[in-house]
Write a protein that binds this ligand. Structure first.
Ligand code: ISE
Length: 336
């Protein structure tokens, strides 16, 4: 039977998820598109063949003809709507962040533990990207030796909003690296420092962070939301015996007029198209089987990303290293 989905939020990410479920993944039906703007919901429903249009997300979640929910509405709605999904007994694919408040993440966690099972799969899709999978495999396969440093560059063409700030680079963009570094290294962070260079213009300057892990490794992260040249995410994991670097897939090289050029994606949707497909396919399997996907991020991972981001904003504003409270994954969220 096809799984009937409600997609909440018809903006950039809601539209991309709706398109993926409607045209790229078998076994799912778009039952509802919900957005505060009925016109925007209708437009997405028409382009993806969704059955119904609503403007009330709680009503969408409660419908008897909805089996699972995709939350891609504004960030501040993610935790309350995830809780509504848990209350309704419906699995939720929640776009990152779960919440920018670690305390609000704990409220989602409390609800899941009270319900006795995980409902929330969090949209840290980098875990499903082939380059990080190969990085983790090289580490676990012993080719690198003991991991020492992970370098991360995360560059956008330009900031997504006019009021974007250095702090938002940490709370909006950097959580991808906070999560994927924890995933690859299988560790937690114990300290974070953050710095910014000075640009020649009024645009938001890059944020440079150095994080320390509980296992004595260093993770550096450059978030540059105004890189201008293209959407470019890179990484390198350096071990005592080897190193593995990742880069964007290059589909073609143009050799002409004494030049060789390759293209960049304009944003994350193209660069991580396959990772989103794999993540969303894993969600459908989760809905079908009730078995939480081993690679996916859960509400606890959402809490960690939020706590690290909060410490990073403090480190940037106070220009000092901020220690992170030790964090033990609760037994309820332990992976085998
Ligand atoms: C955006 O919100 C995302 O989640 C993208 O994956 C990330 O690359 C981008 O920097 C963020 O602004």
């Amino acid at each position: 039977m096809s799984l009937r989905l409600a997609v909440i939020g018809a903006g950039i990410m809601g539209s991309d998820h709706a398109r993926i479920f409607a045209s790229e993944l078998p076994g799912a039906t778009l039952q509802v598109i919900c957005d505060a703007s009925e016109q925007r919901a209708r437009s997405l429903a028409d382009s993806t063949g969704a059955a119904h249009v609503l403007t009330d997300p709680e009503a969408a979640i409660a419908r008897g003809d909805v089996d699972a929910v995709v939350v891609a509405s504004p960030d501040f709605t993610h935790a309350p709507l995830s809780i509504a999904g848990i209350r309704a007994g419906k699995p939720v694919l929640c776009e990152k962040p779960l919440s920018q408040s670690p305390q609000e993440c704990l409220r989602v966690i409390d609800r899941e533990i009270a319900a006795g099972r995980r409902f929330v799969q969090l949209g840290f899709m980098r875990r499903f990207d082939q380059s990080y999978a190969e990085m983790k495999a090289a580490l676990n396969g012993g080719q690198l030796g003991r991991p020492l440093i992970m370098h991360n560059f995360h560059r956008n063409v330009e900031t997504p909003a006019a009021d974007f700030t250095g702090a938002m680079a940490i709370t909006n963009s950097a959580p991808h690296e906070f999560d994927v570094a924890r995933f690859v290294l299988d560790t937690e962070f114990v300290g974070i420092s953050a710095f910014q260079p000075r640009r020649s213009d009024a645009k938001v300057a890059p944020v440079m962070m150095v994080l320390e892990t509980a296992d004595g490794q260093l993770v550096n992260i450059e978030i540059n939301n105004n890189a201008a040249y293209g959407y470019d995410v890179r990484g390198e994991l350096v071990g005592e015996r080897g190193s593995i670097s990742m880069d964007a897939p290059i589909y073609s090289r143009l050799d002409a007029a004494l030049k060789r050029t390759v293209g960049y994606e304009g944003d994350w949707r193209g660069r991580y198209a396959e990772a989103y497909r794999r993540q969303n396919r894993a969600f459908l399997d989760f809905v079908r089987t009730g078995i939480f996907p081993g690679m996916a991020a859960d509400a606890w991972d959402g809490h960690r990303a939020s706590a690290i981001a909060e410490a990073g904003v403090q480190a940037l504003s106070e220009r000092r290293r901020v220690a992170l409270e030790p964090a033990e994954r609760p037994a309820f969220y332990r992976r085998d």
